[in-house]
Design a protein around this ligand. Structure first.
Ligand code: TXA
Ligand code: MG
Length: 315
C-alpha cells in the first residue's frame, strides 16, 4: 500500500488498472499531485473524501485527456471551446453546466448542477487518463486544509496507507493549483487564482474577467475557505524583515532570509517553490513562526498571494 512507483510506462499501466478496479492513485500533474479515482465509480470517489478528510460538499475536478470528451459531460459553447483550444492542456479549470441526468457524477460534483473539468499538461497524467479510459477526478493529494503536494514524497507523508499507488513524476513545474473560472454565466468569473495568469485570460478573451472572493462561510469554490493550505506555524505576510523566532521566506532582492522564492523576482519561479518552501519552513526546528516577503499582485503573484494569505489565517 502507498508505495512510490517511478512513473514509467509499465507502472502507468498498473496504475490505470488500479483506477479501473476502483482504487486510488496519486499522480503528478503540472500544478500539484492529484489523488485520482474513476469519476463514475462512486465508491472510489467516496474513498477520496475519506482519505483526504474532505467535506463531501466540496466537489472535485474531473481530468480529461481529449477535448472531445467535454461534450459528453458538460454543456459547451464557442467560448468554452475557444478557451479549451487555447489553454489546454494546461492549468486552467472550467466550471460548466452539467449535462442533464448523469447521476453517476453526483458525488464527484457534490450534487451541484455544475461540473469542473480540466486537461492537465503533464504527460504522466495524460497517459494515465488515456489508459484508464475514463475521466479521473482528482483533488490535490494531501489531507484537507494542509499544504498541497508538489513531490511524490509530499504525497507519501500526507496520505501514506490511504492510497493504492503513488506515481512519481518528479517535482511539479507550476507548483500552485490550476486557475478556476466559472463559465456558466455571461461573465467569466475567476473563482481561484492559479497557474494561468488573469492577464493572459483577459488578453485572450478581450474582456474583463471578474474576480470572486466568495463568501468564506458559503464558498462557491471551497478553495475559497479562509483557512486553507495551513502550515502548523503562524505565518506573517508582507514581512519586510525577520522578527525573533521567524523562518523568513524572501522574494526578489531580499538577502537576509532563510529561503528566497525567486532571487530574480520571477513570479513563475516563486509559485513553483511556494509549497515546498512553506513545508521546509514549517518543519524547521529552530523557529516557531514563518514570515513571507510582499509578493507583487500580478501574473502568478495572484495565486501566490492567495495561498499565503489563506495560510496566514488561524481560524
Ligand atoms: O491544479 C489543480 O486544480 C489540482 C490538480 C490535481 O489538478 N486539483 C485541485 O483540486 O486543486 P482541489 O480539489 O484541491 O481543488 C478544486 C477546487 C476546490 O476548491 C473545489 O471547491 C472547486 O475546485 N470546485 C470543484 N467543483 C466546483 C464547482 N462545480 N463549482 C465551484 N467550485 C468547484
Ligand atoms: Mg486542494
Amino acid at each position: 500500500m502507498s508505495t512510490i512507483f517511478k512513473a514509467n510506462d509499465e507502472n502507468i499501466l498498473k496504475a490505470a488498472e488500479q483506477i479501473k478496479a476502483g482504487g486510488l492513485v496519486a499522480f503528478p500533474t503540472e500544478t500539484v499531485y492529484g489523488l485520482g479515482a474513476n469519476v463514475y465509480d462512486s465508491k472510489a470517489v467516496a474513498a477520496i473524501f475519506e482519505a483526504k478528510g474532505r467535506p463531501r460538499f466540496n466537489p472535485l475536478i474531473s481530468h480529461i485527456a481529449e477535448i472531445d470528451f467535454l461534450k459528453e459531460y458538460v454543456q459547451t459553447d464557442e467560448r468554452v471551446m475557444a478557451l479549451a483550444k487555447k489553454f489546454w492542456p494546461g492549468p486552467l479549470t472550467f466550471v460548466l453546466k452539467r449535462i442533464d441526468n448523469n447521476p453517476a457524477l453526483d458525488l464527484a460534483c457534490a450534487g451541484l448542477k455544475t461540473a469542473t473539468v480540466r486537461m492537465p499538461k503533464h504527460p504522466v497524467a495524460l497517459k494515465l487518463i488515456q489508459k484508464s479510459g475514463v475521466p479521473i477526478v482528482a483533488p490535490s493529494a494531501n489531507k484537507s486544509q494542509t499544504l498541497s503536494p508538489t513531490t511524490a514524497e509530499d504525497v507519501f507523508e500526507s496520505l501514506k496507507g490511504k492510497v493504492d499507488m503513488i506515481l512519481d513524476g518528479g517535482k511539479c513545474a507550476v507548483g500552485v493549483e490550476s486557475t478556476i473560472i466559472d463559465l456558466t454565466g455571461k461573465d467569466v468569473v475567476m473563482l481561484r487564482a492559479g497557474g494561468i495568469a488573469l492577464e493572459d485570460l483577459q488578453d485572450f478573451l478581450g474582456q474583463k474577467v471578474l474576480i470572486s472572493h466568495g463568501n468564506p462561510d458559503m464558498p462557491s469554490s471551497p478553495g475559497q475557505l479562509l483557512k486553507h493550505y495551513a502550515p502548523k506555524k503562524i505565518l506573517r505576510i508582507n514581512a519586510l524583515k525577520r522578527e525573533e523566532g521567524e523562518f523568513f521566506i524572501g522574494f526578489g532582492r531580499v538577502t537576509d532570509c532563510d529561503l528566497n522564492l525567486s532571487k530574480t523576482a520571477d513570479l513563475k519561479e516563486a509559485a513553483s517553490n511556494l509549497f515546498s518552501y512553506l513545508r521546509l519552513a514549517d518543519a524547521d526546528k529552530n523557529t516557531q513562526k514563518i514570515a513571507v516577503s510582499p509578493i507583487p499582485e500580478k501574473g502568478l503573484g495572484l495565486a501566490v498571494n492567495d495561498r499565503i494569505l489563506r495560510a496566514s489565517y488561524r481560524i
